[in-house]
Design a protein around this ligand. Structure first.
Ligand code: GUN
Length: 298
């Protein structure tokens, strides 16, 4: 059997950003204003700083306004809640994103639930999670939405497919399962307590791995021809590249999996680039709904 098709998330994200840019140009021409995205970063976590820098850059490249608030690591919860209240009432702000993780003195869900659900471009507010679960018009978390867009591109109609989501986080696993259910898949959510996880995975037409454990899912856990979406981004030692060097791997053992799967996302260059592209799309959607503008088809 030939190797799996490699799903090029980088190219897919670039095409999505292009469509967002065109939509923003259309809104600017029609209404004389572009959507604005506020990003809040607390502390100096290096990975978060890279994400936030990339978000700011890509927001501006799409013609939107990027508003950044950087606060010190010792910021208390009330200060953060006050900032979010200001952003909620600022008419020039269409989307609000608070970068996670937050420092220990702050309760993340209290902060996320302070965000106006209409500006919650991460889709983490309990109202948006509830709307997604109950079939309403929700802003949907970016990473699972990026996975869904790639799956639909590769498979077309997902109706009736057996989908297995490994991982039950609020950020990826649960919303991913809700999105696949909405597409008429038969969905299993598997996790660390699942009995005979390899057998559960092997029954999947669509396998989404979002556990955060390097190369946990092996080639013989994958059914022939399955579409594998690897959400994991894990840094592991790479002594073959020199002392102290690291490399990125997913939750799936890629080389084993690609000999069995029908299609698979690589790490890096698969799901990762899609997350920010969907964030930009969500920002346009939030702006249009809140301002009563026609929603462009992106
Ligand atoms: N930290 C890692 N991923 C994300 C994300 O998608 N959104 C936010 N707000 N923080 C993150």
């Amino acid at each position: 059997m030939s190797d799996a098709q490699i799903i090029d998330g980088k190219a897919f994200a670039a095409a999505l950003r292009e469509r967002v840019g065109q939509a923003v140009a259309g809104l600017q021409a029609a209404h004389g204003a572009a959507p604005g995205l506020a990003v809040v970063l607390v502390g100096e976590d290096p990975a978060s700083e890279v994400y936030v820098r990339n978000k700011g850059k890509q927001t501006a490249e799409c013609g939107m306004r990027s508003i950044e608030h950087k606060l010190p690591a010792e910021t208390d919860q009330q200060t953060l809640l006050d900032l979010i209240a200001d952003l909620n009432s600022d008419d020039g702000v269409d989307g609000i994103l608070v970068q996670l993780p937050l420092p220990d003195q702050v309760d993340p869900q209290a902060v996320l639930d302070m965000i106006d659900p209409a500006k919650d471009v991460d889709g983490f507010h309990v109202i948006n999670a509830g709307r997604l679960a109950t079939g309403g018009d929700a802003l949907v978390p970016c990473t699972p939405m990026g996975c869904l867009l790639m799956l639909k591109e590769y498979l077309g109609d997902l109706s009736g497919k057996n989908a297995v989501v490994v991982g039950r986080s609020n950020i990826v696993g649960k919303p991913m399962a809700a999105l696949l259910t909405r597409e008429n898949c038969t969905v299993t959510i598997a996790h660390s307590r699942t009995k005979d996880l390899p057998a559960v995975c092997r029954a999947a037409d669509i396998l989404v791995a979002a556990v955060g454990r390097p190369e946990m899912i092996r080639g013989d856990w994958i059914g022939p021809g399955a579409v594998v979406i690897d959400v994991g981004i894990n840094r592991i030692p790479a002594p073959e590249r020199g002392e102290g060097k690291m490399r990125l791997v997913g939750d799936v053992a890629f080389d084993e999996a690609k000999a069995v799967a029908g299609a698979i996302t690589p790490v890096p260059g698969g799901v990762g680039p899609m997350t920010i592209a969907v964030l930009l799309r969500n920002t346009v959607e939030a702006a249009c709904r809140r301002r009563g503008w026609d929603l462009p088809n992106i």
